[in-house]
Design a binder for this molecule. Structure first.
Ligand SMILES: Cc1cc2nc3c(=O)[nH]c(=O)nc-3n(C[C@H](O)[C@H](O)[C@H](O)COP(=O)(O)OP(=O)(O)OC[C@H]3O[C@@H](n4cnc5c(N)ncnc54)[C@H](O)[C@@H]3O)c2cc1C
Length: 465
C-alpha cells in the first residue's frame, strides 16, 4: 500500500519536501497554519528576501524547478562594505567572478515550491490549518481548522475525523503512516516530541541582538539606488545593517542591534532617537530611506535563536526537517539552504530504505545532525565577522590571500566561505577543513616572517663585517 505522510508547515522546506515525497509516489497531506502565500500570507518585517546558494539551488535542480524558482532572483557577486564616512569597499565572494549568491523573495520561492508540490496529484495542500499536537505513536496530528473558526464550512478530507471543541472551532485529526514537522523554529511537532519522548534533548539560545527590517525604495525611474549586484553591509562592530536587492528596484535592509543597553532597540523610542542614530551610524543610507521612521515604528523586532535537539525522529512515525530540527542565526545565509539540503538527504534515505522507514529516518538524522550543529557554530561566528571584521583592513587582506591561495592551489585550498556557500561539502567537513587550512596558513606566515627576520639579520651582519 502507498505510504501516507502528513507534513506540518508549508514554508520553504515544507513545500519542497512535499514535492520530493510526491515525486516518489507517496500520498502527502501538507497542512499550513497561514493562508496561501499566493494571497500574500508572508508576514511583513520577517526576512522578505533571502540569499539562496549552491545547496539550495541543487535541491531545486533535483526537482527540475531551479530555473522557474530563480527567475526573479538577483545575483549578488560580493559584499559592498559601507564605512561611516560613506566610503565603499567591494569584496568579491570568490576568486571566480561567476560565483555569486542570489537574492530571492521569500514569497516567490515559497510559491514556487508549493506549486511544484501541487503538480503531483497525490499531494494535497491545506492552508489555514494549525497543528496543535501530534500523537507520536499513532502518527496523528491534531489541527485547528481556521475556516471553521471564521464561520466557513470545512469538509473533512479523507483520513480526517472531526472533533468539535467547546470554543466553537473544530479540531480535526489527520491520520497517516508518518508525520513530518516542517513547521519552523517554534515547531509544534517538536514540542509534542519533547513532551512524549523521554530523554529528548533540547537546547535553545537567543542572541542579545534582535532584527528589524527597513526599506530603501526604488529611484523614481524604478532603478536601484545602490549597486544592485551586491550584498550591502554597514559593519559597526557590535551591530550592523545589511541590505539585499529586490526585483522591483528596492532593497530590504535588516538592522541587527542589541535589544537592551545604552544604545539599543530599548532606548530608541522617539522618531528623533531613530533619526539621530541613523544619521550618526548610517549617514549614506539615511537619505535613501524616506520611510525609515514609519518602518522603524511599525515593523516588528524579531529575535534570533539557535535550536539544537535530538533525536530528529521517533520510530517510523515522526521526523523533523529544516528549522524545526535546527534553527540557526541568519549570518551565513544558510538556514533555508540547509533546510533544502535536509529534504534532499531525507529523500535519498527513503529511497535507500523503501521498506524500513525507521531506518531511513535514523540514517537521515545521523547524516544531518553533525552538519546542522557545525552550521549553527559557523553562523554564530560569522555574525562577529560580518559586523566587526569586514570593516578591517586585516579582513580584506585575509580575503585577498584566500583568493590568491585558491587560484594558485586550485582544488587544494578552498576558503571556508566558498566551501559553505558554493559547494555541497558537508558543513562539518567544511568547518574542519577550514580550521586545518587556517592553521597551515598562519603557521606558514609565521615561518615566512621568522625566515625574513633571520635573513635580514644575517644580511645586516654580513654587510657590517
Ligand atoms: C532575518 C532572517 C534572514 C534570513 N536569511 C536567510 C538567507 O539569506 N538564506 C538562508 O538560507 N536562510 C535565511 N534565513 C533562514 C530561513 O528563513 C529559514 O532557515 C527557513 O525559512 C527555514 O525553512 P522552514 O521551512 O524550515 O521553516 P519556515 O520557513 O519558518 O516555515 C515553517 C512553516 O510552518 C508553518 N507553521 C508553523 N507552525 C505551524 C503549526 N503549528 N501548524 C501548521 N503550520 C505551522 C509556518 O507558518 C511556516 O509557513 C533567514 C532567517 C531570518 C530570520
Amino acid at each position: 500500500m502507498k505510504q501516507r505522510f502528513t507534513l506540518i508547515g508549508s514554508g520553504l522546506a515544507g513545500g519542497l519536501l512535499a514535492a520530493y515525497l510526491g515525486r516518489r509516489g507517496y500520498d502527502v497531506d501538507l497542512y499550513e497554519r497561514r493562508a496561501d502565500p499566493r494571497e500574500g500570507n508572508i508576514v511583513g518585517g520577517r526576512s522578505i528576501n533571502l540569499a539562496v546558494s549552491t545547496r539550495g539551488i541543487h535541491a531545486l535542480e533535483q526537482l527540475g524547478i531551479a530555473d522557474e524558482a530563480l527567475r526573479h532572483a538577483i545575483p549578488m557577486r560580493g559584499r559592498m562594505i559601507h564605512d561611516k564616512s560613506g566610503d565603499l569597499h567591494f569584496a568579491q565572494y570568490d576568486v571566480d567572478p561567476n560565483k555569486h549568491i542570489n537574492s530571492i523573495g521569500r514569497a516567490s520561492l515559497n510559491t514556487a515550491v508549493i506549486e511544484a508540490a501541487q503538480r503531483y496529484p497525490n499531494v494535497r495542500v491545506h492552508f489555514n490549518h494549525r497543528c496543535t499536537d501530534v500523537d507520536l505513536d499513532s502518527a496523528t496530528a491534531k489541527l485547528a481548522d481556521s475556516f471553521v473558526a471564521a464561520g466557513m464550512p470545512a469538509t473533512p478530507k479523507p483520513g480526517e475525523g472531526g472533533l468539535p471543541t467547546d470554543a466553537g472551532n473544530r479540531i480535526i485529526e489527520a491520520h497517516a503512516d508518518a508525520v513530518i514537522g516542517v513547521d519552523g523554529a517554534f515547531s509544534a511537532v517538536r514540542q509534542s516530541m519533547q513532551m512524549q519522548i523521554s530523554g529528548f534533548e533540547y537546547d535553545e539560545s537567543y542572541l542579545a541582538h534582535g532584527y528589524k527590517e527597513l526599506t530603501i525604495p526604488p529611484a523614481a525611474d524604478g532603478s536601484w539606488r545602490m549597486e544592485k549586484n551586491a550584498l550591502h553591509i554597514w559593519p559597526r562592530k557590535s551591530f550592523m545593517m545589511i541590505a539585499l536587492p529586490n526585483p522591483d528596484g528596492s532593497f530590504t535592509c535588516t538592522l541587527f542591534w542589541e535589544f537592551e543597553g545604552p544604545r539599543s532597540f530599548a532606548t530608541t523610542k522617539t522618531d528623533e532617537d531613530v533619526r539621530r542614530f541613523f544619521n550618526e551610524e548610517f549617514p549614506d543610507a539615511m537619505p535613501l530611506m524616506p520611510t525609515l521612521l514609519d518602518d522603524f515604528r511599525e515593523n516588528p523586532t524579531g529575535s534570533l535563536v539557535t535550536i539544537r535537539c535530538a533525536p530528529w525522529y521517533y520510530k517510523d512515525k515522526v521526523a523533523l526537517v529544516g528549522d524545526a530540527a535546527h534553527a540557526v542565526v541568519p549570518f551565513y545565509g544558510q538556514g533555508m539552504n540547509a533546510a533544502f539540503e535536509d529534504c534532499v538527504v531525507l529523500d535519498e534515505c527513503l529511497a535507500e530504505f523503501p521498506n524500513n522507514r525507521e531506518r531511513a529516518f535514523a540514517e537521515y538524522f545521523s547524516r544531518r545532525k553533525e552538519n546542522a550543529d557545525a552550521l549553527a557554530d559557523l553562523a554564530l561566528k560569522n555574525f562577529i565577522e560580518m559586523r566587526d571584521k569586514t570593516a578591517s583592513k586585516t579582513f580584506r587582506t585575509k580575503k585577498k590571500l584566500d583568493h590568491f591561495l585558491e587560484s594558485v592551489l586550485p582544488g587544494t585550498y578552498l576558503p571556508l566561505y566558498t566551501m559553505v556557500t558554493f559547494t555541497r561539502i558537508p558543513y562539518a567537513e567544511a568547518a574542519r577543513r577550514g580550521r586545518r587550512q587556517d592553521r597551515i596558513v598562519y603557521a606558514s606566515l609565521v615561518i615566512a616572517m621568522v625566515s625574513i627576520l633571520v635573513l635580514s639579520i644575517w644580511v645586516v651582519r654580513s654587510l657590517a663585517r
